[in-house]
Design a protein around this ligand. Structure first.
Ligand code: CP
Ligand code: NVA
Length: 304
């Protein structure tokens, strides 16, 4: 019997597997354009369990498994016994007796770990407080598509440096060795516990001036200032992060060939302007489409 593989963070795959996943994503993307179909996951069932809202994660995983010959079942907390207090480990044991894999979107990473431990099938982190690794697969693949390689790139992250997306970019910088400059106020800088994971030699720098972070960058990325579950802090976040908007003037500091990423949903006019989202430098909707192709490659790797 083979042991199940989870994908709770990027480092759950080897560097070689990640490179293979990007290569496979490119094939699956080209095949979809050519209307070539696949049955690599025929008969497989994917359970998608959501404790927070989702558009892209839900739709891309549902479409991905369907397009590979399998089937998805999505369970939102409000409709399930989770909202009435059923323990997450009981839920995991039952769900893994029906499905061949589970995508789980939740709050704390303790819930994710508990579900993964109690599940007998692969568990995929569909976003938690600690990271959003499936989004990074799409983001990194988009950088490769647009710029050719990750090696030697300068990536700038502006705004909330303590968000799940920022944490996953830090993890990606460690694995792929690119330079990451985070421009964040001290109130929302990455905590020492996260920065200490990058190790000596990793090129991750935190600065408080967003212009310093963006200067000469090849990739500029940001995320909402108020993540799901932080709504009560919204006014304070808006106040502290107000100077970190990714607008045309800030983007002008980057390399002329720089691309812009945002995982979406965006609050246009808050962390990023509509002008930047819709600009020729924006790869944001390509990035969103790539969620489909990279999720397919991930499902094949874990479930086939
Ligand atoms: N980027 C992302 O995960 O989007 P959703 O919240 O819509 O799934
Ligand atoms: N940081 C955001 C990402 C949404 C995809 C959140 O957690 O709400």
């Amino acid at each position: 019997m083979t042991t199940k593989r989870d994908f709770l963070q990027l480092a759950d795959l080897t560097r070689q597997e990640l490179d293979q996943l990007f290569a496979r994503s490119a094939v699956l993307k080209a095949d979809r354009r050519a209307r070539k179909t696949h049955q690599t996951l025929a008969g497989r069932t994917l359970a998608i369990v959501l404790e927070k809202n989702s558009t892209r994660t839900r739709l891309s995983f549902e479409a991905a498994i369907h397009q590979l010959g399998g089937h998805a079942i999505t369970l939102a907390t409000a409709d399930s016994q989770l909202s009435r207090g059923e323990p997450i480990d009981d839920t995991a044991r039952v769900t893994s007796s029906y499905a061949d894999g589970i995508v789980f979107r939740t709050f704390g990473d303790d819930r994710l770990q508990t579900l993964a431990r109690a599940s007998s099938v692969p568990v995929i982190n569909g976003l938690s407080a600690g990271g959003h690794p499936v989004q990074l697969l799409a983001d990194l693949f988009t950088v490769i598509e647009r710029l050719g390689t990750l090696e030697g790139r300068k990536v700038a992250w502006v705004g909330d440096g303590a968000s799940n997306m920022a944490f996953s970019w830090i993890e990606a910088a460690r694995i792929f060795g690119f330079e990451l400059r985070i421009g964040a106020p001290k109130e929302y800088a990455p905590p020492a516990s996260v920065l200490s994971t990058v190790g000596a030699g990793a090129r991750v720098h935190v600065v408080s001036d967003p212009r310093e972070a963006v200067q000469g960058a090849d990739v500029v990325s940001t995320d909402v200032w108020t993540s799901m579950g932080q709504e009560a802090e919204s006014a304070e976040r808006l106040r502290v992060l107000g100077g970190y908007q990714l607008d045309a003037a800030l983007l002008a500091k980057a390399a002329p060939s720089a691309i812009v990423l945002h995982c979406l949903p965006a609050h246009r006019g808050e962390e990023i302007t509509g002008e930047v989202i819709d600009s020729p430098q924006s790869a944001i909707f390509q990035e969103a489409e790539n969620r489909l192709h990279t999720s397919k490659a991930l499902l094949e790797l874990l479930l086939a």
